[in-house]
Design a protein around this ligand. Structure first.
Ligand code: FEO
Ligand code: CA
Ligand code: CA
Length: 636
């Protein structure tokens, strides 16, 4: 049995909610649909036009290519690689002090609770850079910590003291830091008045329908209006009024209690709340996280949190109107009529895609506080014929008692209306050049799989997860990117059409549907698309968080990577490869688009590698790198 904190989030879901033995994997794969069968079924269902554009993308002639670089090869090296003509340099790393009176990172001890509270957090993910006067303010999520890394100084790789737990806690949250560029290289500005850590201790306002509801009231906050902390923020969003959206993802694993028989309600089970924590130990130093001492704290996490990165004294706002689930990111679109539309994925096997539409409209310089507070929430239904619709999550439609309950028990609401169970929705990104939206469906080992008793595996709410629609592969190992186009190019329309932009796969190992769609070749293959962001040219950057063993089903795919896709031709080229055991996640640009900031998360998470500092004794450290063109040109 692995330590819970060494498990993937999928493995942790199964550990706290055991299912019957899964079927033998080879048998599962033998039952997978062949590529020919998929094409036939798509043709039969009448959506060949939709699939045709992706399975048979038009090759771009050299004259019309929109790629400014030659693709690079896969890598299994402990470094970061970019195409010829580009340079990648580290901007900041886990443990870099934000103030000059804070200690430098200690590779032997990996810091203390106090040093971590004043340093760049761990496992950076989503991020943005905001211009502010003549300053540049970087804000980044610090999603979580890996026990083997943060407590690698301890023999068991487990916390031994309360300060060890506090160190882990303070490694979470957000880091806000001013950055500057000198001689082409970006670095952090120590002691800037904008520097800030938003840790799991910082007070934030609860806004929207769930504010003040009984389920939000705790011993510490009997009014249910002020929560402390944001943690496990994965992807992000950014508003047109210049605020940052941090998205709370796997918030469940921080809650635990000593009594392993502590009752687990259906509502807890749906969100993976269990007496078995994931090994962070927070319940040992803070009663909020002990299920036996506090029964509502977990209802106050799993939201999107809005932060003004340019005001270090501002109080973050938990926007409950955007629902409670394992948020990946929050893609904000200003619709043609001014309504704010937010697209969001719930990253767990068999969970849903969501959309929020504001009641009010955005006007530059006008009131914005209500735009993420008052509106309607929807979940997506994808039909096999290439059509789809957004289903409103109202109390009437879901059978829940109030909008507050819809916003707290959002998964149950989406199950009630029959939304489509998806292959782990990760980042969503909207094309700035066309009314279309893309979402990474990273993988789903449970898709279409039955247990030994012959019962189909479900999501944690009991919803079926059959093969079909935008989730066309059994025991999906490689993932795909789905895209949809709202009717009449109106993001508030409830109707849309969809197709798949790419089915990732391995054509050097498989000849069936596991080879991937026809825009995948041995030269550009990858698995588990996760981070996703359009640049200002309408080109699509794809980041991976997948299997980096480079063996068997993943032979030839190397380390995690970042690729660029042309949404029109379907062409995909590899742009960047990461160091050993890292994930590439988080992406933004300097305002002049001459620097692209890329996140490198959890290098060496399984004990290999020493990136970025190198040498045999250095601790691997999550970092943000800046990618520039050697000729000073634009990078997206
Ligand atoms: Fe934190 Fe869904 O990745
Ligand atoms: Ca992710
Ligand atoms: Ca991920």
């Amino acid at each position: 049995m692995k330590n819970p904190d060494d498990m993937s989030f999928d493995e942790f879901d199964e550990y706290i909610n055991p299912r019957a033995e899964e079927t033998d994997f080879d048998r599962v794969l033998d039952r997978a649909m062949s590529r020919r069968d998929l094409l036939r079924s798509v043709v039969a269902l009448g959506s060949v036009a939709a699939f045709g554009s992706t399975l048979m993308p038009k090759p771009a002639s050299a004259a019309e290519t929109r790629f400014a670089f030659d693709a690079i090869a896969v890598s299994t090296a402990d470094d970061i690689r970019v195409p010829s003509g580009y340079t990648a340099r580290v901007v900041t790393r886990w443990g870099d002090p934000l103030w000059s009176d804070a200690p430098d990172f200690d590779h032997a001890t990996r810091g203390t609770g106090a040093s971590q509270a004043t340093s760049f957090g761990d496992n950076n993910d989503g991020m943005e850079v905001y211009p502010h006067g003549d300053k540049f303010i970087l804000i980044a999520n610090n999603e979580y910590s890996n026990r083997s890394v943060i407590w690698g100084n301890r023999i068991e790789g487990k916390y031994e003291t309360d300060d060890d737990v506090l160190k882990g806690m303070n490694a979470h949250g957000l880091t806000v830091v001013e950055i500057e560029q000198n001689d082409g290289a970006w670095s952090i500005v120590k002691d800037s008045p904008y520097n800030r850590r938003v840790t799991p201790d910082v007070e934030m306002q609860i806004t929207g329908p769930a504010a003040g509801h009984d389920l939000m009231k705790t011993n510490e906050d009997p009014d249910g209006l002020v929560a402390r902390g944001t943690f496990n923020n994965c992807g992000n969003g950014s508003t047109p009024w210049g605020t940052y959206l941090a998205c709370e993802e796997n918030f469940n694993g921080y809650f635990a209690t000593e009594d392993q028989e502590h009752p687990v309600t259906d509502a807890m089970k749906r969100y993976g709340i269990s007496p078995k924590g994931r090994g962070y130990g927070w319940h040992e130093i803070d009663d909020r996280f002990d299920l036996a001492k506090e029964s509502n704290e977990y209802n106050r996490h799993g939201y999107v949190t809005e932060v003004d990165a340019t005001d270090p004294n501002s109080r973050p706002k938990k926007r409950t109107a955007l629902g409670r689930f394992k948020h990946e990111n929050a893609e904000v679109v200003v619709n043609g009529d001014g309504h704010i539309v937010v697209y969001m994925g719930d990253d767990e096997r068999g969970e849903f895609l969501y959309r929020f539409v504001s009641d009010g409209v955005y006007a530059p310089g006008g009131e914005t506080d209500s735009l993420l507070e008052d509106g309607k929430l929807y979940a997506a239904k994808f039909n096999d014929d290439g059509s789809g619709e957004w289903l409103e999550l109202s109390p009437e439609a879901t059978g829940l008692a109030s909008m507050a309950e819809v916003c707290i028990h959002t998964r149950q609401a989406a199950s009630a209306v029959g939304a489509t169970t998806m292959d782990r929705p990760e980042w969503v990104s909207a094309n700035p050049k066309a009314a279309e939206v893309y979402c990474c469906l990273t993988n789903n080992s449970n898709r279409g799989v039955k247990d030994d008793a012959g019962l189909a595996l479900t999501n944690s709410g009991g919803d079926a997860t059959p093969v079909g629609g935008p989730n066309p592969r059994e025991a999906n190992k490689y993932g795909q990117i789905v895209r949809w186009r709202p009717d009449a190019a109106n993001h508030t329309s409830n109707a849309f059409t969809w197709d798949l932009y790419v089915l990732a796969g391995n054509p050097s190992v498989h000849t069936d549907i596991r080879a991937g769609s026809s825009n995948i070749s041995a030269g550009n293959m990858f698995n588990s698309p996760d981070g996703l962001k359009f640049d200002s040219n309408g080109m699509l950057w794809i980041q991976t968080d997948g299997n980096y063993t480079n063996e068997e089903d993943f032979a030839g795919q190397g380390n995690n990577q970042m690729l660029l896709g042309d949404p029109t031709t379907g062409e995909i080229r590899r742009f960047l490869t990461g160091p050993l055991q890292s994930e590439i996640t988080g992406l933004t640009w300097s305002p002049d688009r001459r620097t692209m900031f890329v996140g490198v998360q959890h290098p060496g998470e399984r004990g290999a590698g020493h990136w970025p500092d190198g040498g045999e004794s250095s601790t691997p450290r999550s970092s943000i790198v800046a990618v520039t063109r050697d000729d000073g040109g634009l990078v997206g």
